[in-house]
Design a protein around this ligand. Structure first.
Ligand SMILES: *Cc1c(COP(=O)(O)O)cnc(C)c1O
Length: 371
């Protein structure tokens, strides 16, 4: 699905030098390069605070802990996402309130959010799925109206621009009260291990989050809150600092690959190619097709036989996951997500795809689907 070797080879000289620098100084934890990377990312995102942390799941957890959400508080999120989004809600004893997605963009449905709000609702967690933003203008309006926090799960859309109706533009993850991202190796900005970060423009929330991520302390060995230990290590920060200036080019390369696939599948009525909403860029963390009356398992076997990677993100919506079964949600509760889960398939998507590979992959897909 990804070609981490190919991308590394292109940046090897720079990356190796930065890693060597960390080894030479032995400043493995909270080294200067961690701050330097955070500053670079603040500038790139045009956001006041970037707080590096251990991974994207931690980012979501630290955000929710810092907001002081209490057991029983309801947090609304999408049922069609990676489990981490709802996992931290459940872990903190908060109540995940799941809602359906829109069929075209596969992102959370603002109308469904509106309908799910109760007096216990405290926060909304939109996920910018596969690399395009959820409808943040609507979501922020709903949040304002009901005095709710918005935490963007931006693990898949770092670098995407969001365009407001008044013409202003903001980066994904900097629109809500807090944005969370992951530097998992296969993400658009990937480290060589785990990593994550939290963004905010709010000084008070930033201070709380820094404290929570650091054992709940603001002054060393004085613990004002129950916190966690969540850090980005210096070697990962050094790698990310080299990669960040290339992030926009990475997105362009991903878009070129997506455009190739889109054109190849354009006249096939059994395949719906990704639909991008007008207010957002798509940075194609995943290139995900929706199949229409195609034997997906058969297609996967056909691709596997030809040595073509493929994956289903995600085969089971959260409300149908064993660990998250809940009497509030029966099968059929979220028909759009359930239909997508049964019909999506993601193709290889990364910065190093060649035209030859793209042709081989799309020919193979069409060879199965059109027979
Ligand atoms: C990857 C991902 C996460 C979690 O990130 P980790 O760094 O793996 O903990 C959370 N949410 C979404 C939508 C993701 O894709």
């Amino acid at each position: 699905m990804v070609d981490l070797q190919g991308q590394y080879k292109k940046l090897k000289t720079e990356i190796d030098a930065e890693i060597q620098q960390v080894l030479d100084t032995s400043s493995y934890i909270k080294g200067p390069v961690v701050d330097a990377f955070a500053k670079d990312l603040e500038n790139y995102l045009d956001v006041k605070h970037v707080i590096p942390c251990g991974n994207g799941t931690d980012a979501l957890q630290v955000a929710m802990m810092a907001l002081g959400l209490k057991p029983g508080d309801e947090v609304i999120t999408t049922t069609f996402t990676f489990i981490a989004t709802a996992e931290v809600i459940a872990l903190l004893g908060l109540t995940p309130v799941l809602v359906d997605v829109l069929e075209d963009t596969m992102n959370i449905d603002p109308e469904a959010i509106r309908n799910a709000i109760t007096t216990k609702t405290k926060a909304i967690v939109p996920v910018h799925l596969f690399g395009q933003c959820a409808n943040m203008e609507e979501i922020m309006a709903i949040a304002d109206e009901h005095d709710l926090f918005v935490i963007e799960d931006n693990a898949q859309a770092i670098g995407a621009n969001y365009r407001f109706k008044n013409g202003s533009v903001k980066k994904a993850g900097t629109i809500g009260h807090i944005g969370c991202t992951s530097f998992f190796p296969s993400k658009n900005l990937g480290a060589f291990g785990d990593g994550g970060a939290i963004f905010t423009n709010d000084d008070i929330i930033a201070e709380q989050m820094r404290a929570v991520a650091n054992h709940g302390m603001k002054v060393r060995y004085y613990h004002d809150y129950v916190g966690v230990n969540s850090r980005l290590d210096s070697i990962q920060a050094a790698i990310l600092k080299v990669k960040l200036p290339h992030l926009d080019d990475f997105a362009k390369a991903r878009n070129r690959a997506a455009n190739y696939y889109n054109a190849a599948f354009a006249s096939c009525d059994k395949i719906t190619t990704p639909i991008t909403a007008s207010f957002t860029d798509h940075v194609f963390h995943q290139y995900t097709l929706v199949l229409n009356n195609v034997d997906r398992g058969g297609l996967q076997m056909h691709l596997n036989d030809k040595g073509i990677a493929n994956a289903v993100y995600y085969p089971v919506p959260l409300h149908q996951q064993k660990a998250y079964r809940d009497s509030r949600y029966q099968d059929g509760a979220f028909p759009v997500a359930e239909k997508l889960a049964a019909n999506v398939i993601s193709l290889p998507m990364h910065t190093e795809l060649t035209e030859e590979q793209l042709k081989y992959i799309s020919d193979a897909v069409l060879g199965f689907v059109e027979n």
